[in-house]
Design a protein around this ligand. Sequence first.
Ligand SMILES: [Zn+2]
Ligand SMILES: [Zn+2]
Length: 264
Amino acid sequence: MRFRILGSGSSGNSALILTEGSRVLLDAGFSARRLEGLLADSGEALERIDAVFVTHEHSDHSSGIESLKKHPHLKFFANAATARAIQKNLTWSPSWQIFETGTSFQYKDLDIESFTIPHDAQDPVGFRFTNGLDCDLFSPRRTLAWVTDLGHAPPSIRDRIRESDVVVVEANHCHRMLEADPKRSWNLKRRIGGRHGHLSNERMSELLASAASPRWQRVYLAHMSRDCNSRDAVEQSLLALRSLIKCEFSIVLHGEGTAFYEFS
Ligand SMILES: [Zn+2]
Ligand SMILES: [Zn+2]
């Protein structure tokens, strides 16, 4: 299994997951045109993508779906509330594949688990994608956990992160930078920093410390705010973690993507 984040942040989110038997996107927060460009950089194209897994309806995760009209072969996996919320704003009917939040299912050679996350959307989810076989030396069973857009992390989420090999988790804002931001209203700051908003660096680091696992190969810190976070602020919150957790940390700056990560 290989994956790369195509882009992450409030201006759009999407990631590409490739296995021997499947090519899927996680979220489609960019236009088809932009996705096409980002995929071309990965040697891929939208025609070759099988499906899109959608975490929730917020535009930074779903705004590209309208323009994917030209690619009707794509299957869109979402729960019913998310699909309904997105469908309302579409001029076409994608091939929705509805799953129930909290269930696990198979798609081609991927095992997918969806789980509820506390965020101010209809029925937002995180995902775990697992591929490979227990006894296969060349393609061992590996799991990617994807958890962004959450105000806090209940124990169920902590457990899912712990039992994964690679983790993408949100480091949305620095608490102090958000408080000091002159552009955002008091109400918006309450929403972002609230229990159904976004994880601050401080909460992210508490979550990782409590979930710390020797299984982790790499942890990505993603969905960073442009104005209310910085590489330095995230680094600062990782200081204590680095001595506790011996894995690689990768900070994904606002609007940026990553190189491919190949599970070992
Ligand atoms: Zn988001
Ligand atoms: Zn959101």
